[in-house]
Design a protein around this ligand. Structure first.
Ligand SMILES: Nc1ncnc2c1ncn2[C@@H]1O[C@H](COP(=O)(O)OP(=O)(O)OP(=O)(O)O)[C@@H](O)[C@H]1O
Length: 251
């Protein structure tokens, strides 16, 4: 589904190489987790895939279902089924959460040549999904993320994901800032979306999220590369021993 080959990325304005040849294949129906020391390039990978400005791809490729992602505008990538839940969700003053969600859902439907969701249908679906994430009616009316707590922002990202039903979901440290109960809610929201046709890339520092969202594959990223891949036991190894042994293996 998501096929990344030898992806190399530098900062646009500086001579600083951040990704130094990332190889990653996320098959439909699977959950891949990426862990790694601070500053290893995990967020940069998610930003580059989603089309954030400020980065220059200097080599390699990233394809979603055989289509070149790197050639597309960010909104085209989203319409083709890519979704990124941000590590730091942005506040959008003046834009109601509900309006934002409905506009996003319908813009993507339009881009795919589908009919827009009616107001009544949208309301029904958004209320159901918001309830599952314990997002109340008042939060749906407020401007997007404005004044939301850290955990509320993260749950709101999952609500967006649930509404957009993307094919490839990238979650960048969605667990940071969540209390124990909210982490369970978020994990339930992700697990409810797991399906044969959908892939997940979950960036996290902690094994505890992976207790709830069971990954098929765990990758360790360091210094702009994926240096080791394995099963869920790799996350446990990191939790117990840190990164020193794994880093030493590849030097
Ligand atoms: N716009 C930028 N300007 C300067 N340095 C940058 C910029 N974007 C990324 N970097 C650098 O690139 C490296 C990788 O950053 P990135 O945020 O991708 O790491 P990360 O693995 O997600 O880290 P963390 O686990 O701390 O979130 C870091 O050294 C960071 O300082």
């Amino acid at each position: 589904m998501l096929s990344i080959k030898n992806l190399q990325v530098k900062l646009e304005d500086e001579d600083k190489q951040i990704l130094k040849g990332v190889d990653l294949e996320v098959e439909a129906g699977t959950v891949h987790a990426i862990m790694g020391p601070n500053g290893s390039g995990k967020s940069t990978l998610s930003y580059v895939l989603s089309g954030k400005d400020g980065y220059e791809v200097t080599g390699g490729s990233a394809m979603l279902e055989g289509v070149d992602l790197l050639d597309m505008e960010p909104e085209e990538r989203a319409a083709s089924g890519l979704f990124l839940a941000f590590q730091y969700p942005v506040e959008i003053p003046g834009v109601g959460n509900m309006t934002f969600l409905r506009t996003a859902v319908n813009a993507q439907r339009k881009a795919r040549g589908e009919d827009e969701m009616s107001a009544a249908e949208f309301l029904k679906v958004v209320r159901e999904k918001a309830k599952d994430l314990k997002i109340d009616a008042e939060m749906l009316k407020r401007p997007v993320n404005v004044g939301f707590s850290g955990g509320e922002k993260k749950r709101n990202e999952i609500l967006q994901m649930a509404m957009l039903e993307p094919k490839m979901c990238i979650l960048d440290e969605t667990d940071s800032g969540l209390d124990v109960d909210a982490m369970k809610l978020v994990a339930d929201g992700v697990n409810a979306l797991r399906s044969e046709g959908r892939g997940f890339l979950v960036i996290t520092h902690y094994q505890r999220l992976l207790d709830h969202i069971k990954p098929d594959v765990v990758h360790i990223m360091a210094n702009g590369r994926i240096i080791k891949s394995g099963g869920p036991e790799l996350a446990l190894e990191v939790e117990n021993n840190g990164y020193a042994d794994i880093l030493a293996e590849v030097v």
